[in-house]
Design a protein around this ligand. Structure first.
Ligand code: ADP
Ligand code: TRP
Length: 321
């Protein structure tokens, strides 16, 4: 069984990305027969317009995955644009893509509703994503809930192409790990780079402290008993600290006499306990940019071999070969 997933390098990753996506993807490497993980830089171009910011983000995401324990021996880890074959497949899939299907894509509609320009790139984003998935004959695609519809589009396009031109593509299954909790941001909404409410993953100690001490809380006095389940400090703590420590904090909140300031300090400690090994590995890798480049280049070479096989099959199917 082949697992494939992509992550967009659209900025510095945050604690929500780590707990909600990176950690799961890295854990899967031990279970799957083979894994293809890539940095979706072509996709990121729909949002990142500064060239240096894109380069930095690609490098940053690579560091994040490697520091989180991605093993390049087990995972074909590469940069999407290092395998330009995906663009040709995007075109072949475009031939069977109804415009009406893309017009119904939630993520496209949301972005337009938020004032983004309706470019062709944004519109055909799901076709490129389908090409990513089908090019590598993926069986299982771990994604966040927001990507579910893109998976459905991918399956529809594969079925249409196979019906029209003969069996060419493997039908993938989406995999939305449901045990993954949504990590709240410092304002209590979902942590997201678009909301400016993130706790950094790789920022300086000072940045981390500033974010954690800045978590928005209510104005209940220290002595008041508090419901842990409705407070953001505890919700994040629960995701980072060992269960017995989380239970202890919940108890202190319920008993009263425990203030948010103390809880934030406790959360800061838990953050460092949970993430310092990651942060140290990341810093060590950061000092060896050539190693990271070599890993991505080796991954791309392996990915290209697989990509060529599928692309030839698709080209033959339509009559280009
Ligand atoms: P952002 O909302 O910051 O733009 P993305 O949409 O790029 O993040 O998400 C990349 C991955 O990280 C996805 O798999 C997504 O499900 C996961 N993720 C993002 N934010 C969170 C969060 N707050 N809690 C859990 N997972 C998250
Ligand atoms: N669209 C995905 C996201 O924003 C990233 C992505 C691009 C992807 N291509 C993919 C995910 C292929 C899984 C498979 O999260």
């Amino acid at each position: 069984m082949r697992v494939l997933t992509g992550i967009q390098p659209s900025g510095r990753l945050h604690l929500g990305n780590y707990l909600g996506a990176i950690r799961q993807s890295v854990a899967l490497q031990a279970k799957a027969d083979d894994c293809f993980y890539f940095i979706a830089d072509y996709h990121a171009l729909t949002t990142v317009t500064d060239p240096q910011a894109l380069r930095d983000a690609v490098h940053g995401v690579a560091l994040d995955f490697l520091a989180a324990g991605l093993d390049p021996e087990k995972v074909v880890f590469f940069r999407q644009s290092d395998v330009p074959q995906v663009q040709e497949l995007t075109w072949l899939l475009s031939i069977v893509t109804p415009v009406s299907r893309l017009e119904l894509a939630h993520s496209y509609k949301d972005k337009i509703a938020h004032g983004k320009e309706a470019t062709h790139g944004l519109f055909s984003y799901p076709v490129l994503m389908a090409a990513d998935i089908l090019l590598y004959r993926s069986n299982l695609v771990p994604v966040g809930k927001d990507q579910k519809q893109h998976l459905e589009i991918t399956r529809d396009l594969a079925v249409k192409f196979n019906m029209k031109f003969g069996e060419t593509f493997v039908l993938p299954e989406g995999y939305i790990p449901d045990e993954v909790a949504t990590v709240p941001g410092t304002d209590g909404q979902k942590m997201s780079k678009s909301y400016g409410n993130t706790i950094p993953l790789s920022g300086t100690d000072k940045e981390v402290k500033k974010a954690i001490m800045g978590i928005v809380t209510d104005s209940a006095p220290v002595e008041a008993p508090k419901d842990p389940e409705t407070n953001t400090v505890y919700k994040i703590y629960k995701l980072l600290a060992p269960p017995e420590k989380a239970a202890e904090m919940a108890e202190k909140f319920r008993a009263g006499g425990y203030g948010y300031g103390d809880a934030k300090k406790e959360l800061l400690r838990a953050y460092h306990e949970a993430l310092d090994p990651f942060r140290e590995r990341r810093a060590a890798l950061e000092a060896r940019p050539d190693d990271v480049r070599d890993i991505l280049a080796a991954g791309a070479a392996k990915a290209r071999v697989e990509a060529d096989k599928t692309l030839h099959a698709a080209r033959r199917a339509v009559g280009l070969e």
